[in-house]
Design a protein. Structure first.
Length: 222
C-alpha cells in the first residue's frame, strides 16, 4: 500500500480483536521504530500484551476496548518534543496501516503504567498509540475546507493544495484541525493554534503535508 493510500484509509480505531501481533509483524514494527528513533532522537517503544493502561474508567470514557498493544512515545524533555512525537509517531501510524494494522492516538484516556516502558534520565512519556487488529476500520473524520487552513500570496500551486489536502486527512486531537499553512515564495510556514496537544498535531500534519506536496517543491520556513 502506498503512503497516500494509507493516509486515505487510516481512521482512528478504538476497539480491537483479542489477537496477538505475529512474530514477523512485531519484528518489522520494532525495526521501523529503531530506524525512526535513530533519525529523531526519540525513544519510542512497542509495548505488547499490556492491558492495564486501557482498563477502567479512563478507557471506558475514551470508548477503548481490547487494547493490549501500543507504542509508547518517549523522548528527551524539550520544547520540540511534542512536535517530534507527532511527526515520527505518524510515520509509525502510516507504516502500521500499510502492514494491515489499525491505530489510534491516545493522550488523556490512557493510564500511565511505568513498568511497561523505559524512560532514561531526562526523558518523559508524551503519549501513546494503540495498535493492533481492529474490530472495524473506523470512520472518516469531518474536515475543514482547505481555505480555512491555508494562506497564499496568489493562486495556490497544485503541490501546495495537495499538501493541504493530505494534512486535512491527518488525525488531530478531538478533530480540532487547529493548524495553518502559509506559502511565501517557495517557503511554507506551519503554525499550530491554541488547544490541547496542538504541537503534537502540528508534527502529524507536517508529515502529511510533506507526503502530499513532495519535499522537492518547497522548504520549511525558519
Amino acid at each position: 500500500m502506498e503512503l497516500f493510500k494509507a493516509m486515505e484509509q487510516r481512521h482512528s480505531v478504538r476497539s480491537y480483536e483479542d489477537r496477538p501481533l505475529e512474530p514477523e509483524v512485531r519484528a518489522e514494527l520494532t525495526g521501523f521504530l529503531a530506524q525512526c528513533n535513530q533519525e529523531s532522537g526519540l525513544h519510542m517503544q512497542l509495548v505488547l500484551d499490556e492491558s492495564e493502561g486501557f482498563w477502567g474508567f479512563l478507557a471506558h470514557y475514551g470508548k477503548f476496548s481490547g487494547v493490549k498493544n501500543y507504542i509508547a512515545l518517549v523522548g528527551k524533555k524539550s520544547a520540540q518534543l511534542d512536535e517530534t512525537c507527532g511527526y515520527y509517531g505518524e510515520k509509525v501510524v502510516l507504516k502500521a496501516q500499510q502492514m494491515g494494522l489499525n491505530t489510534c492516538w491516545v493522550a488523556l484516556t490512557y493510564k500511565k503504567v511505568k513498568s511497561a516502558f523505559q524512560t532514561a534520565p531526562g526523558e518523559k512519556l508524551g503519549l501513546v498509540i494503540a495498535i493492533g487488529y481492529g474490530t472495524d476500520q473506523g470512520v472518516p473524520h469531518v474536515s475543514k475546507a482547505p481555505e480555512a487552513v491555508m494562506e497564499t500570496e496568489g493562486p495556490a500551486p497544485d503541490w501546495f493544495q495537495r499538501g493541504v489536502q493530505a494534512a486535512l486527512l491527518a488525525p488531530t486531537a478531538m478533530n480540532q484541525q487547529k493548524f495553518k499553512f502559509t506559502l511565501r515564495g517557495d517557503a511554507v510556514a506551519a503554525k499550530a493554534g491554541m488547544g490541547f496537544y496542538t504541537k503534537v498535531d502540528l508534527g502529524i500534519v507536517k508529515y502529511h503535508f510533506e507526503l502530499g506536496a513532495g519535499t522537492d517543491h518547497f522548504r520549511w520556513a525558519d
